[in-house]
Design a protein around this ligand. Sequence first.
Ligand code: SAH
Length: 359
Amino acid sequence: MNALEARIAALIAVQGPISVAQYMTLALHDAEGGYYATREPFGAAGDFITAPEISQMFGEMLGLWCVQVWHDQGQPKQKRLVELGPGRGTLMADVLRAAKAAPEFLVGLEVVLVEASPVLQQVQAAKLSGSGVNVRWISHFDDSLTDRPLFVLANEFFDALPIRQYVKTQTGWRERMIVAKDENLDFALAPLPTPSAIIPASRAGAPDGGAYEVSPASTALVETIAQTIAEKGGGALLLDYGYGEESGFGETLQAVGGHAFADVLAEPGENDLSAHVDFAALAQAARHGGAAAYGPKTQGAFLAELGLTSRAEQLIKANPDAARTLLQAVARLIGTDQMGNLFKALAILPQSAARPPGF
Ligand code: SAH
């Protein structure tokens, strides 16, 4: 048992079983032992590789997407570009480089990185030190981001936000909780049934043992972003792994360490924890906030539509030696057996705005 697990067990001894959401928050963000709070998890030597780390083309496509959406809305001078969970800062560096193709976009632009981890904030600052753009950091989305047109990018951010889980039993729905038994953490169902208002009607057909997952932190954040975009203009592009219309009845909480699946409850803080993103719920939250939602569309179809393959051909012409690497990157990003199908893209725009590129 590691130190964080012992502290979680002590918390449960005092307060009783904790929700999956509270466990995720502690395992990911505890200041002393949390996964993101204490390390830099990305890359071949780390625990997982994300799209911007696979190829610069990913960030370039997203940068050009922002520029196009900004163009379509009359090129407002004052604007803000926000990235949620920027990891190593690679995506934002590629976005800003690509945006130099439209220098007016960068004039009057404030870049804000929303990052909970002090370790990763430093990594991002080093990466962006030469960008020539005004960048500031905050640990969570706040009111300082709501006063002007807002462009938001988030890649593999929402999968890290805490979820609550409910399981269908013969005696109704029960919340899945974390208990401590003989100092080991374990799952157990809450003894009391879940109030029926919490479970959506669409889940009525769930079999015994079927799950319902919900991320209140995700829907609340998307609604806030959508309100600002609806009122002030801009656009958000959210990419993540998850399901579109059909969310199935399986539970999706997973732990990954060293590029392999691990036990969710063993060694909290040592592995990344994440869950499938429910894009239908995010789209609904965006509409609730007064904005229009486009997608979700598969990442493969989205990037293909934006011209990822032509961009690769252009880069290969300039540097034929890199052909193999670039073609492999394209296959990883859009191949249906790789990230192309599992990952989805969702866009949020003002209702009056033109349909965004790629959708
Ligand atoms: N977007 C990056 C990194 C994805 S990993 C990429 O594609 O490579 C998730 C990122 O979100 C990390 O930077 C992590 O520290 C950050 N993060 C996770 N939960 C967060 C939260 N609740 N608030 C702010 N940042 C968070």
